[in-house]
Design a protein around this ligand. Structure first.
Ligand code: GUN
Length: 302
């Protein structure tokens, strides 16, 4: 039987509706949530991600500004911008779009961001707080994946979740999130990666399989248990294809880490690419920005 396709677009819309109300309440108290994004260079994927984040901010009433530095910008210039935004009172969230050019030390930049404004959840303090079960900001992509599981009726509690990939942005924080002892987690978690010898044998044990390795369509049907829930975090640009709206226009041909057409015949539920985890990532960034602004409003009341 073909799987139910989980629409990240729809679930994201539902959450954005909830956020709009929270933003209205903040504005009544004189607080407009503010998000500053810093992009260095013109990497096409980064340009597209940042513009998606700007649109989402506008939709829910968050003020946003994108600072664009040239590819040749020095590390000092970027660090100075981050410090300036750390000091700016109207800025609740700061996001430095990754990847950064090779001559810039990304860890140094991310560590300079005020942990109270770190809406990406990448600062080592916030990573550590999440690991010990006292999260301050949840990193957006893994948080979006968990929210998708819960809101689609597939909560991770009591399930065996197998995560493919151990990146600092997705695999590792998702592992930390899902092992916590709380209602939204409480899963048995296995992480497989390039050092794993018998990967398919392990992925076939997953009640919930999360693909986050960053290679197109590597999860095939024979790696998935009948009836499993499959969450595809991958976004891989494999080439270009004619646009559905205008066949004379070329648009990026995006594929997930899962071979969707074959795996959907075996899974009970699956997320598509695009339209799955992607819109959720952006929405969770908005959640964190609103949370940061609510904390500011709380401080103003005291
Ligand atoms: N590049 C790819 N994903 C992300 C993300 O979640 N945050 C930032 N800042 N950069 C990214």
């Amino acid at each position: 039987m073909a799987a139910k396709v989980i629409s990240g677009t729809e679930i994201a819309k539902e959450i954005r509706g909830e956020l709009k109300e929270r933003v209205s309440k903040l504005k009544e108290q004189g607080v407009t949530p503010g998000l500053v994004m810093i992009r260095v260079g013109e990497d096409p994927a980064s340009v597209s991600y940042v513009s998606g984040k700007e649109k989402a901010a506008e939709e829910i009433g968050v003020w946003s500004q994108t600072i664009v530095l040239p590819e040749s910008a020095s590390e000092e210039e970027l660090l100075a911008k981050v410090e300036e935004m750390n000091r700016a009172e109207h800025v609740d969230g700061i996001l430095v779009q990754l990847p950064l050019p090779k001559h810039i030390n990304a860890d140094k930049v991310l560590t300079l961001i005020d942990p109270a404004k770190d809406v990406d959840g990448f600062h080592p303090i916030n990573v550590g707080k999440m690991l010990i079960g006292d999260p301050y900001f949840m990193p957006c992509t893994p948080h979006g994946a968990v929210e998708l599981m819960i809101r689609s009726g597939n909560p991770p509690e009591g399930k065996h979740v197998v995560i493919c990939g151990r990146s600092n942005i997705v695999g590792k924080p998702l592992m930390a999130m899902l092992v916590q002892k709380n209602k939204r987690a409480n899963a048995t978690v296995t992480v497989v990666h390039t050092g794993t010898k018998n990967m398919a044998e392990i992925t076939r044990q997953a009640d919930i399989l999360v693909a986050a390795m960053g290679s197109p369509e590597v999860i095939k049907a024979d790696m998935v248990k009948e009836g499993a829930v499959v969450i595809d975090v991958g976004v891989n640009r494999v080439g270009w294809k004619p646009s559905k709206k205008d066949p004379n226009k070329q648009v990026p041909d995006l594929r997930g880490d899962v071979e969707f057409e074959t795996v959907k015949e075996k899974a009970s539920a699956i997320t598509p690419v695009p339209g799955g985890v992607g819109p959720m990532t952006i929405t969770m960034l908005m959640v964190n920005t609103v949370v940061a602004a609510e904390r500011r409003a709380e401080r103003m009341r005291k």
